[in-house]
Design a protein. Structure first.
Ligand SMILES: NC(=O)c1ccc[n+]([C@@H]2O[C@H](COP(=O)([O-])OP(=O)(O)OC[C@H]3O[C@@H](n4cnc5c(N)ncnc54)[C@H](O)[C@@H]3O)[C@@H](O)[C@H]2O)c1
Length: 390
């Protein structure tokens, strides 16, 4: 009887061991699942690779307008170089999506703030890009464009003075207005209509430059001024009526590519990564006078249309519309100063940049189609009642 009892005990101990083992293996599996889930989660949370910089080399950098087209690419570069980046944007034309891949990173901060209001933070460098840049955007609310470029720039210069930061102003080739001199070098004073529809932007940027040099002379603030020429690339606004975005949209949607006049007018476009490299090297240089950043390689509008049509590879045809009388015939930067003093020049070939932009636009079209919104290319911008190429 005793041996039977011992047998039963042994069996019951065996079965408890079994249950215990089962429980343990179940827990093990749960732990395994949990750790796989965690590693999957951290995998999905992965950020682009970031260099490690020592405390001495790591800078605290503010980018106003950092959620916009150029600003978000600049954010990528400075983050990947290992700096601490604070983006300030009021999301007028910028989008969180442009910088979402950095959200949560220990070196990154995004602040929803309008530069027309003062800002108090501690930084070493300020890239001041906040301003609508395309004509439909800056003409939408000219008073706000003026405030952003004047009061906004004063606020950022005030901040630079307070914390001893260096400020780089994203100025524009539009300070040269409708130029009487080709190509335009930095000594040209420009030909701007102070009361025309573009004046809110052109004159706003001219005053912003004036403010930079007043703060430099009177308060000793270190300033850098980049006069940026036409730039294109991913994250640019799809329907802002500019020639590159219009042609790409038209070609992707199988619509005719609209060329005003014979298409013999020339334009020069730089790819956004070239501009970003130029901005960073200007910021870190000792050149305080204005520097042109643009691609001097000129192409006719017709060449652009044909190239984009062939890169997209569909059957859209080119449609010629009546010539615009005051469409500038040539626009081209003189970049000898940037070459000589910064050792900078654009390196991305037009076709390569266009291919990347076309890929981005088609992904965006898909994304927007899924959200029931199909952007239409805008008619070329009107000037004196006539359309023209931007
Ligand atoms: N893209 C070009 O071809 C070009 C050419 C010449 C100069 N620029 C200059 O470069 C800068 C960036 O241009 P972009 O093409 O990236 O334009 P963008 O419109 O994509 O970016 C501008 C950013 O500034 C933000 N912004 C506007 N007003 C603001 C305010 N009051 N407070 C805070 N944020 C504000 C917008 O929301 C946006 O994110 C601009 O200053 C523009 O004048 C651009």
């Amino acid at each position: 009887r005793n041996s039977r009892i011992i047998d039963r005990k042994i069996k019951s101990t065996d079965s408890s061991r079994c249950i215990l083992k089962l429980l343990l293996s179940f827990c093990g599996n749960v732990m395994c699942l949990k750790s796989s889930f965690l590693s999957f989660y951290s995998f999905t949370q992965k950020y682009p690779p970031v260099k490690f910089l020592s405390e001495k080399d790591r800078k605290r950098i503010l980018i106003t307008g950092g959620a916009g087209f150029v600003g978000s690419h600049l954010t990528d570069k400075l983050m990947m170089d290992g700096h601490e980046v604070t983006v300030v944007d009021n999301f007028f034309t910028g989008r969180k999506r442009n910088v979402e891949h950095w959200i949560g990173h220990e070196n990154f901060e995004l602040i929803n703030h309008d530069v027309v209001e003062p800002l108090y933070i501690e930084v070493d460098q300020i890239y001041h890009l906040a301003s609508p840049a395309s004509p439909p955007n800056y003409m939408y609310n000219p008073i706000k464009t003026l405030k952003t470029n004047t009061i906004g720039t004063l606020n950022m210069l005030g901040l630079a003075k307070r914390v001893g930061a260096r400020l780089l102003l994203a100025s524009t080739s539009e300070v040269y207005g409708d130029p009487e001199m080709h190509p335009q070098n930095e000594d040209y004073w420009g030909h701007v209509n102070p009361i025309g529809p573009r004046a809110c932007y052109d004159e706003g940027k001219r005053v912003a430059e004036t403010m930079c040099y007043a703060y430099m002379k009177q308060e000793g603030v270190e300033v850098r001024v980049a006069r940026i020429f036409n730039t294109f690339g991913s994250r640019m606004h799809m329907n802002d009526g500019r020639v590159v975005s219009n042609f790409i949209l038209q070609a992707l949607q199988g619509e005719p590519l609209t060329v005003y006049g014979s298409g013999s007018q020339t334009r020069a476009f730089q790819y956004v990564s070239d501009l970003v490299n130029g901005l960073v090297s200007l910021m870190n240089s000792n050149i305080s006078s204005p520097v042109n950043l643009g691609n001097p390689e000129e192409h006719t509008i017709l060449e652009f249309a044909q190239l984009i049509k062939s890169l997209v590879g569909n059957r859209s045809h080119i449609q010629f519309l009546p010539e615009a009388q005051d469409d500038p015939q040539r626009r081209r930067p003189d970049i000898r100063k940037a070459k000589m003093l910064l050792g900078w020049e654009p390196v991305v070939p037009l076709e390569e940049g266009l291919n990347k932009t076309i890929q981005y636009f088609s992904r965006e079209l898909e994304h927007q189609a899924n959200n029931q919104y199909i952007p239409k290319p805008k008619a070329a911008r009107m000037k004196k009642g006539r359309p023209r190429h931007n």
